[in-house]
Each structure stands twice: as C-alpha cells, then as structure tokens.
Design a protein around this ligand. Structure first.
Ligand code: F6R
Length: 635
C-alpha cells in the first residue's frame, strides 16, 4: 500500500503545471455537462473568479469552439462579488465572468447568477436569501469550483467564518485586499466588503474541486489538507465533505509532507538531491551545522532509513557539506586558468559572452546586481536584454515631471518648444481626467517606457556596461497598457531568437519564476526557453556551449537545497547594488501594482540575499554579508 499521501486528509491530485491541471478539471466539467445532457438534465455549476480559474475557463472556451461542448444546459452560480461595485466596473466579477467565459460560450444568460454588488445595503439580506433559494430551486450545485486565498479563504469566507455560515456580506481581510490589489491601481481602491456564499452553502455542493497554482499557495494547501480542521483556515473545513478533491500544480504541492519530507511517508529514493534536501532541512530545523549532526539526530528526525543505507551520520554530513561548498563561487562565469572540480561553471572559454535577460528594466540589478557587477569586472562581455518596457509601473506624476524637463531642456537649447509644450499640455489634460485603471494613451505609454529605458541605461552605465551591450526588446506580449498581458506569440520568440543568434552567448541568465500563475516573469522565461530550444533544434553550433542559469524575481528566493551556484557579496558590494537599484527612481516609493509586499525592491533584495548568506552560515559554511543564488536549467 502506498503511504505517499498518508498525511493528507483531502485527496490531492498533483499536475506538472496549471495548464494540465486546468485541462483535467475542464474534462470533469465537460463530462458532467454531457452526462446531464444525455439525461436531458441541467448541470448546476458553482464558479469562482480570481487568477486561478482563468486557464480553466480558457480551456472550456476552447472545448466549446473546437469540440462542440455546449453550455445550453448549464446553470451557473458564482461564489462572490465585491461590495459595493457596479456590475460593469473593471474589477467586477460580472465583467470577469463575461470576459473570461460567458461571452465566448452558448450559456443562456438567464442561467447566469452572480451576487449583485449594486443592491442597496438594506436589501442585502433578502438578496442573499434569494440567492440561496435560487440554488436550491435549481436542485443544488452539482460541481463547485473553488480557489483558495493565501489566508485559507474559500469564496470570500475569511478566517473565522463558521461551518454554518450562509450567503452574506463580509468584511474582507486585509491580507485578501492586499492579495487582490494587483487588479486595482492601489490598495485604497480595493473594496472593503464582499458578498459571498457561506461555507454551509459550499459544503452542500454534491462535488467540490479546489484548484491552486504556484508556490505562494503551498503553505495554505498544506494547512488545509494535512492540519486539523479549524475556522482559522476556512478551506480546512472542506475535510468535512465526502467528495472533494484538490487539484494543484507541483509548486503548490511543495509543502505537503510527501514532497517536503518524503522520507516520512516511507516512500523515498535516496538520490543525492534528496539527501541534500533532507539533511539541509534537518540541520536548519535543529539549528545545527551540517557537520555536527549525529546518528541520533538522523534517527529522531525520521531519517533512520538513510542512516541504514549510508552507514554513518558523519559520511552523509560530509557528502552534503561538500555539495553545499561546491555551490559557492566568486567567479560566476568560471575561474580562468583554474581547475576546480565541482565548480558550478566551466573555466573555459574565458572571457565569456553573457546575456542577462531582465523581464522588467530593473530585475537584473534587483535580483543579480552583485553577480552582474562581478561578471563585468571579471572581463566577460556582458549584455543586458530588457524584455518588456515595464511601462505600466510608472506613475502619472513622473510623466508630467519629465515632460516638464523636456520642454525646459528645449528652451535652454534654443529649440522651438511648441511641439513638446503641446504634448505636455495634452498629457496634463488626459491625466487630470483619467479614471482609475483607465489605459493610458499610446504616447503616454511610450513616455513611461522611455523613463524606464533611461533608468536601465543609467544602471548599466553604473555597472560599466557599454551602450552597445544594452538591448531593449519591447516584447509585444506585454504591450496591453494594463495588468492583463497577452500570451507569448511568434513575434516575441522571433525577437529573442534574433538577439541570441547575434550574440551567441556562453551563458544566459533569466528570471526563473517557474510557477508564477499570471505574471510577466513566467511568460518572459517561456519565451527564452522556447527560443533556446528552437535554436538547438536548428543545430546552431554555439548553442551546445551555452548554459542557462535562473535567478528568482523580486519576490522569492530558491530553497537553500535547490541552489546550484551561490555568489557571495561583501558589505561594500551590497551597498553598491543598493545604489544601483536606487537608479530606478520611478520604482521607488509609491509604485503602482506593487502587489502584496510593501517593502521597497532594494529592501526585499537585501533581506533575501542576507537570509541566503545566513542560512549557509547556519549550515556551517563561511558567513558572508549576502549571497545571490542561481539554479542551472537544462533546456
Ligand atoms: C474568487 C474567490 C476567492 C479566490 C481566492 C484565490 O471568486 O472566491 O476565494 O478563489 O481569493 O484567488 P486567486 O485565484 O486570484 O489566487
């Protein structure tokens, strides 16, 4: 009998990525709809919004268009809606459902039900009772689709919601407002209230599927699935339902015991990677350097299996210590004229041609500023390739400030200012009347892009990179003017392949946010890996000697056991990096769409780099001030 999932109190199916997970759920929905069709019955679906179900809805739309899946017999009930909100507002869930699903399928509009964010406050109770009655009259929900908040909410049932809670008005948790703030221009615009179906309504569904993608969801998935039932984690209340399945991708499953500590489930193959993971986690948990771990530590931590296989703690400790030591290097492109077995990079060729791909114009310096500097200082030919314009993250105030400068500059230079003056006036007029989240004019978007380009150029000059080595790709997928991006296209790949073929790099660095469900970083990574794979298929000679290294974006760091190259930094190098990040002035202070972390980018970077260095020290290696971390990716 498999013990793999023995810690899990809710069945969990893990898929390699959200696309495959979504396709599985779409198939479940399609089967339900078709079975009901043959019986001439209605299929009653409970639906959710947010970033999680977007790919599910895209797949259902595809099935409708390509596989003739009809939604004529579907009755849909959505979980929730902000309150108050106009149904046609940009962030309203009515609009979300139309754009992502209902406008593209043949559902009867009469069968669509979404809590109404426009009802008067006095009418809300009645509205909620009617909503529940409508579900009951439809025969109850056959299949309820859920997402999960980082705080464990389902629907908008925030922590503390009781198992008996019904459809009602609820105050949004601050963490939910912050998590959803990416849809709004800033946090103060996120509504404070919402109407949500209650936990008791959700539990009445005949079948429930909860989906979760990405590493941010990993801790709450573990709590909901493995820990005790508690109203503090509303999703854990689903343990009371007898037909619920969690569909997650690998990164959302990362904290489950079967992945985090697979040796505890009795089903574990002791590869070097697994040994490193087990021992590193044990050492950090016990607060002991690796070389001080004893046989009894191994036994007490549940690693007696490994001990039996390897014989002695000290042997295993040494093996892991050397693995950690071999990741450390001050020579990120390899050390010339040196033979260092186990070094993460080749010493030949030297110097190397290097491309650092940066999704936004500041990711390079934020995420690998110290390494960037070293690569350059050590004589390598370093190119910076900025993948997107990053224009949506510039405030309107910056535009008028710089236009003011442009007009003033022309005055000083004795150039006719009438054209720039008009642009400034037009911009002022437009921005003064701009509605929250309204897309900027193409000219203003171009100016915002220019501001970020100048900052990136200045930062490159600060590092010492020559102008010819700075490339702005302006990938088209990004240019929507809003938070919602287009999918990667042939054009994006073509532009990237052209640059790669021109430079023929030995080393490529890329933002490796592998599981970011809706972010620019993931698309940027996909574009580079797709380009490299195509060049490989075409057998270009240089590609066989081109290594791809991934750094993490501004939000996260690799787990210590995953790191394959760690580049230490001195306190001076930390400061130099900080000042490099400061050059990106438009990204300091109040950045639009900053997400759920209110720290500035330089603070996040410094904290992350010093935590990595601290963990290496805790494991018994030298204590550096800071470290940047990389994982090699085989494409
Ligand atoms: C949305 C809803 C919420 C979301 C949850 C996750 O209708 O009810 O519970 O499912 O907040 O949001 P995302 O999917 O954006 O991570």
């Amino acid at each position: 009998m498999s013990m793999v999932d023995s810690f899990e109190k809710i069945p969990v199916k893990i898929f390699p990525d959200l696309k495959e997970g979504s396709a599985f759920v779409a198939q479940q929905i399609a089967t339900l709809i078709r079975n009901k069709q043959t019986r001439k019955e209605k299929a009653v679906l409970g639906l959710s919004t947010g970033s999680t179900p977007k790919s599910l809805y895209a797949e259902l739309v595809r099935m409708h268009k390509e596989e003739k899946l009809s939604f004529k017999n579907v009755v849909a009930f959505n979980l929730d809606q902000y309150y108050p909100i106009a149904n046609d507002a940009l962030q309203s869930y009515h609009r979300f459902m139309r754009i992502n699903l209902f406008d593209h399928i043949d559902i009867n509009p009469k069968n669509i039900h979404i809590p109404n964010g426009e009802v008067k406050k006095e009418g809300i109770k009645t509205h909620c009772r009617q909503y529940e009655k409508m579900i009951e009259d439809a025969g109850g929900i056959d299949l309820q689709i859920l997402g999960i908040g980082n705080n464990g909410h389902i629907g908008f049932n925030e922590p503390g919601s009781s198992i008996n809670s019904r459809t009602r008005l609820i105050t949004l948790d601050n963490s939910s407002r912050i998590a959803n703030s990416y849809e709004f221009a800033n946090i103060s615009e996120v509504p404070r209230l919402a109407i949500t179906m209650g936990i008791s309504d959700i539990l009445k569904a005949k079948k429930i599927i909860l989906m979760a993608w990405g590493p941010m969801k990993a801790p709450v998935i573990k709590k909901a699935v493995e820990d005790d039932i508690t109203e503090h984690v509303p999703a854990s209340l689903l343990q009371n339902h007898d037909d619920v399945t969690f569909i997650v991708d690998e990164s959302a499953a990362a904290e489950l015991t079967r992945n985090k500590s697979p040796w505890l489930t009795g089903d574990c193959e002791w590869t070097p990677k697994m040994i490193k993971k087990a021992v590193v986690n044990m050492a950090l948990k016990l607060g002991k350097p690796v070389l001080s771990l004893t046989n009894s530590d191994y036994n007490e931590y549940g690693l007696s299996d490994l001990l039996v296989e390897k014989g002695d703690a000290y042997e295993i400790n040494l093996e892991v210590f050397y693995m950690l030591r071999d990741t450390l290097t001050g020579w990120p492109a390899g050390k010339p004229n040196a033979v260092i077995p186990g070094h993460p990079e080749r010493s030949i060729p030297y110097p190397k041609k290097v491309i650092i791909f940066s999704p936004h114009p500041d990711d390079d310096i934020i995420s690998m500023g110290g390494t960037f500097q070293r690569l350059h200082d050590q004589g390598n030919d370093v190119h910076a390739a900025y993948q997107t314009s990053g224009n949506i993250a510039v405030t309107d105030e910056f535009v008028t400030r710089f236009l003011d400068f442009a007009v003033g500059f022309e005055e000083i230079a004795g150039i006719d200012t009438s054209k720039s003056d008009k642009i400034l006036k037009d911009a002022r007029r437009f921005l003064a009347r701009k509605k929250s989240n309204q897309v900027d004019t193409p000219k203003i978007r171009a100016i915002k892009g220019l501001i970020r380009r100048c900052e990136a150029r200045a930062a490159c000059r600060y590092v010492g990179i020559k102008d010819d080595n700075i490339h702005f790709l302006n990938l088209p997928f990004y240019e929507t003017g809003s938070i919602e991006k287009k999918p990667m296209s042939e054009k994006d790949v073509k532009i990237t392949m052209e640059l790669l073929r021109k430079i023929k790099p030995h080393q490529v660095f890329c933002a490796g946010d592998l599981a970011d469900p809706h972010g620019t970083h993931k698309i940027c990574l996909d574009i580079v890996t797709e380009s490299l794979s195509r060049i490989k298929k075409d057998h270009d000679a240089w590609i066989n000697d081109c290594w791809l290294w991934l750094y993490k974006g501004a939000w996260q760091e690799w787990n210590i056991e995953e790191i394959e190259m760690a580049v230490p930094m001195s306190p001076d190098q930390v400061l130099k990096k900080r000042f490099g990040i400061f050059i990106h002035q438009s990204q300091k202070d109040m950045v639009p769409f900053q997400g759920s972390d209110s720290r500035e980018f330089w603070q996040r970077a410094e904290e992350r780099n010093s935590v990595t260095a601290g963990q290496y020290a805790d494991l018994g290696l030298t204590h550096y001030a800071a470290m940047e971390a990389f994982v090699r990716w085989h494409y």
